[in-house]
Design a protein around this ligand. Structure first.
Ligand SMILES: [Zn+2]
Ligand SMILES: [Zn+2]
Ligand SMILES: [Zn+2]
Length: 474
């Protein structure tokens, strides 16, 4: 029973209707101006829908766009590997703390393992299990080189300093101002921005603005047992509710204005998300290899019912009558589907890797001295020192970039790009009015494998390389 749908079916369909093109154009114009990436524009074409086009010429390696995250999460399985700011995903703490935490969780036998419903790719959406029983998780092995627990604790608590870590300073972690002790930030401004964007509704701490912290806890528990894509969907809903409340407050303050119906404010609040969704999750999720095609219908029903359970938990936690339409299963399915279908990897390189590379490149005498201290740590880490921060995020402009197997641009972080923003640079010269394309997949794969991977994104590629390959295959 989707009772929300019955109450506000009209509102739900208004939210799901495509944005009028002129409104969409206006939205992107503003976004591009805010991002100060005036070399591009978002345009519609009849075959591919939205696309990003060059407004001016770009040279090889030139920066095209830095796109900020609208909503994003670090994968729960990645949290044991990297301590990052919950808003900008920059590494925080210190090199010692990053290493100490990782060894601490390693000694506890925490590992990422897959159960429940996982989605398309291997690394995504794994659940995290805290348990001492390593046999349960195939991936972990007992660690013969472990450091004494005291050393690990001292590292974690910044009580010992490793050589040369002063060359790699990281911001001190700030606790969540809501008191949840579950998320950390690199700065006051990130803490504030996250609170205002979505965390005030999703915080389990005492200052939480959710309806029920207990229900929120249950929602999060369900996320951890199933799929962290639900947390991202919850962030998108919380983001829209908070935006709605802010628009409403601004509107009330401007008393001179005539009162508009509440639906238009909700539509306005929803606009940043509305540009992203395409299809419902249970319709678009790729059938896992271990599901027989004859079981497809049952599989999709199961996915839908999983989303429905998650939504019930979320409703108890943050329901807002004025934004009731956001809590329909139809909307929830479309939001999750948008994270499933867009190219949304969030990756931030680890400063711990840079640190060990730096030690390795020291002049011999210094290196030898430093290695006396760092070698046992490297051994204890089993060489797992280069783990990136990994997650999923929605980048409003990057998500408009169409795929090509011979792209002219790519998402590539430079040395100075130390947070979760998407950085897109030109792979070759791009001329004015040319479409900017990136590759969603490994474009070196053979034709058939490329098309199979792209089918998960819901389209057939007709790029020049594919057209050529298809004629030679046929
Ligand atoms: Zn931050
Ligand atoms: Zn919090
Ligand atoms: Zn192609």
């Amino acid at each position: 029973m989707d009772s929300v749908n019955e109450n506000c079916a009209a509102e739900v369909s208004a939210l799901l209707a495509p944005l009028p093109i002129f409104q969409e154009q206006e939205y992107f114009k503003e976004l591009i101006a805010n991002r100060r990436c005036n070399g591009i524009e978002v345009k519609h074409n009849s075959t591919n829908g939205k696309g990003v086009y060059a407004n001016s010429e770009f040279q090889e390696d030139e920066l095209i766009l830095k796109d900020q995250i609208l909503v994003g999460i670090q994968h729960s399985s990645n949290k044991v590997d990297c301590l990052v700011c919950s808003f900008c995903f920059r590494f925080i703490g210190s090199i010692e703390k990053q290493i100490g935490r990782k060894l601490y969780f390693k000694n506890l036998g925490v590992s990422s393992c897959c159960d429940g419903v996982s989605s398309e790719s291997e690394d995504d959406n794994k659940c995290m299990k805290y348990n001492g029983n390593e046999e349960q998780c195939g991936g972990s092995s007992s660690n013969h080189n472990s450091l004494p627990q005291e050393v690990v604790s001292s590292l974690m608590n910044n009580e010992i300093a490793l050589p040369f870590t002063d060359k790699f300073p990281l911001p001190s972690p700030l606790w969540c101002p809501g008191g949840c002790q579950e998320v950390f930030y690199c700065s006051e401004s990130c803490a504030k921005a996250d609170w205002e964007s979505s965390h005030s509704l999703l915080c389990t701490g005492e200052k939480s603005e959710s309806r029920s912290r207990e229900a929120l806890g249950e929602f999060i528990e369900h996320v951890n047992d199933t799929n962290d894509i639900f947390l991202l969907a919850a962030k998108a809903i919380a983001f829209t509710i908070l935006r709605y409340r802010k628009l409403k407050a601004d509107h009330v303050n401007e008393k001179a204005k005539q009162t508009e119906p509440k639906q238009s404010l909700l539509l306005e609040a929803w606009k940043p998300i509305s540009i992203g969704y395409k299809r419902r999750w249970w319709d678009c999720i790729a059938l896992p290899d271990d599901v027989d095609p004859s079981g497809e219908g049952a599989f999709r029903m199961q996915i839908k019912s999983l989303a429905s359970t998650s939504l019930e938990h979320l409703k108890k936690a943050i329901f807002d009558k004025e934004c009731e339409a956001l809590f329909s299963l139809e909307i929830y399915g479309n939001i999750i589907g948008m994270f499933e279908l867009n190219n949304l990897d969030l990756v931030v390189a680890s400063p711990v890797e840079d640190y060990f590379l730096y030690i390795n490149d020291l002049p011999d005498a210094e290196k030898e001295e430093a290695m006396e201290i760092t070698k046992p740590i490297l051994d204890a880490l089993d060489d797992e020192y280069s783990d990136f921060c990994e997650g999923t995020a929605f980048f409003p402009l990057q998500s408009c970039m169409n795929h090509s197997c011979c792209p002219n641009a790519k998402a590539f972080k430079r040395d100075e790009d130390r947070d979760g923003q998407a950085v897109i640079s030109a792979l070759r010269r791009i001329s004015k009015n040319e479409e900017v394309t990136i590759s969603y997949i490994d474009e070196e794969l053979p034709y058939k494998e490329r098309q199979a991977s792209l089918a998960d994104y819901g389209f057939t590629c007709n790029c020049p390389k594919c057209l050529q390959d298809s004629s030679s295959v046929a």
